[in-house]
Ligand binder design. Structure first.
Ligand code: NAX
Length: 329
C-alpha cells in the first residue's frame, strides 16, 4: 500500500450524514481497499467540540487506509490540496423559514466555499454538493470559482435514483441489482423526475415488466419524490445513512467506468443537452470512463417525461433567479 493518499474534504462533518459518511470513506468503501485517504473535516466553530469526538472515534476504528485527519473551521486549511470536496454542511430549514430565505442563507455559505476551493484545492479537484438546495448551491459555488472547470462540479441525485430502483425492484419482485438505466432528471427536490420510461429490469423495459402505467406515472413517481418526507415522518430525522451511502455511490460512479449500456444519475452543469437551459445544475443520465463524465445523449422521452422535465427545469430556473445576486456576472 504505497499509493499517494487522496485528500477528501467533507463539510458539515459533525452532522448526521457526516457521522455515517466519514467511516465509510475511511474504511475504503469510496476509493477501494488499496487507496489511502486523508480526511479534511470542515465545520463551523460551535461544532468543533463534537467534531473532536468524531475524530477520536475515527482513530479508535484503526482504519489502515486512514492516513490523517484535519479537523478545522478554517476554509483555507480545510480545502488545502484536496482532490475531492464533498459539500454536505448547511443550515437546515427551520419552522416558518421561507424557501427564499433558506436559499439566501445557504447560498452565501457556498460563495465562500467556492472561493476557498478555487484558492486552495489541488488542480484536479472535483466537487460534489449534497447540502440543500444542492443543485442551486452547486451553481453558486461553481460560479464563484471560475478557475475550476465546470465539468468538475456535481450535485447529488443518486439518492433519488436508489430510491427509485428499490421501488421498481419491489414491485417486480426482483433483486435491486436487476434494475438498471434509471435516470433522475432535474432538481433534487419534490419536482425531480425518476424516469421509469427508459429504465430496465433484467434488461427489459420497465413498462414491459410492470405493465401498469397508472402505478408507474402516479404511485411510483410520487413515492420517490416524497421518500425524504416519509423518512422524516417515520424517523423524526432526515435520511442520513442512505444519503451517506448515496455519496459513496456517486463518487464511485464517477471514478470507475460505467457498466456497458448503463448510466448513473448526477446533476452537472447543463451544456444545453435535451434543451435544458445552459448553466443550470441539472440531473442527467451520465456515463463515466473513470475520469471524465458525459451526459448520455439521444434518449427518447414520451410526453409525460417531457412535461415532468419541463417542470423541474422551471423550478431550477426560479431558484437561480432568486439567488441571482450571489452569482458574479
Ligand atoms: P445536519 O444538520 O445533521 O448537519 C449539518 C452540519 O453542517 C452541521 O454539523 C452544521 O454544524 C454544519 N454546517 C452548517 N453550516 C456550515 C458551514 N458554513 N460550513 C461547514 N459546516 C456547516 O444535516 P445532515 O442531515 O447531515 O444533512 C446535511 C445536508 O444534506 C442538508 O442540507 C440536507 O438537506 C442535505 N441532504 C441532501 C441530500 C441529497 O441527496 N442531495 C439527501 C440527504 C440530505 O437531506
Amino acid at each position: 500500500m504505497n499509493r499517494k493518499p487522496i485528500h477528501i474534504a467533507v463539510t458539515g462533518a459533525a452532522g448526521q450524514i457526516g457521522y455515517s459518511l466519514l467511516f465509510r470513506i475511511a474504511s475504503g468503501a469510496m476509493f477501494g481497499p488499496e487507496q489511502p485517504v486523508i480526511l479534511h473535516l470542515i465545520e463551523i466553530a460551535p461544532a468543533l467540540k463534537a467534531l473532536n469526538g468524531i475524530v477520536m472515534e475515527l482513530e479508535d476504528c484503526v482504519f489502515p487506509l486512514l492516513d490523517g485527519v484535519v479537523p478545522t473551521a478554517d476554509l483555507n486549511e480545510g480545502f488545502k490540496d484536496v482532490n475531492w470536496a464533498l459539500l454536505v454542511g448547511g443550515v437546515p430549514r427551520k419552522a416558518g423559514m421561507e424557501r427564499k430565505e433558506l436559499l439566501g442563507i445557504n447560498g452565501r455559505i457556498f460563495i465562500g466555499q467556492g472561493q476557498a476551493i478555487q484558492k486552495n484545492a489541488a488542480s484536479d479537484v472535483r466537487i460534489l454538493v449534497v447540502g440543500n438546495p444542492c443543485n442551486t448551491n452547486c451553481c453558486i459555488a461553481m460560479n464563484n470559482a471560475p478557475g475550476v472547470p465546470r465539468s468538475r462540479w456535481y450535485a447529488m441525485t443518486k439518492i433519488d435514483e436508489n430510491r427509485a430502483k428499490i421501488q421498481l425492484a419491489k414491485k417486480a419482485g426482483v433483486n435491486v441489482a436487476a434494475v438498471t438505466n434509471l435516470a433522475v432528471w432535474g432538481n433534487h427536490s419534490s419536482t425531480m423526475y425518476p424516469d421509469y420510461f427508459n429504465a430496465k429490469i433484467g434488461g427489459r423495459p420497465v413498462t414491459d415488466v410492470i405493465a401498469n402505467r397508472e402505478w408507474l406515472e402516479k404511485d411510483f413517481v410520487a413515492t420517490v419524490q416524497e421518500r425524504g418526507t416519509a423518512i422524516i415522518e417515520a424517523r423524526g430525522l432526515s435520511s442520513a445513512a442512505s444519503a451517506a451511502s448515496a455519496v459513496v455511490d456517486t463518487v464511485r460512479a464517477l471514478t470507475t467506468p460505467t457498466r456497458k449500456g448503463d448510466w448513473s444519475s448526477v446533476a452537472v452543469c447543463s451544456d444545453g443537452s435535451y434543451g435544458i437551459e445552459k448553466g443550470l445544475v441539472f440531473s442527467y443520465p451520465v456515463r463515466s470512463d473513470g475520469r471524465n463524465h458525459e451526459v448520455v445523449q439521444g434518449l427518447s422521452l414520451n410526453d409525460f417525461s417531457r412535461a415532468k422535465i419541463a417542470a423541474t427545469e422551471n423550478e431550477l430556473k426560479e431558484e437561480k433567479s432568486l439567488v441571482a445576486e450571489l452569482l458574479p456576472k
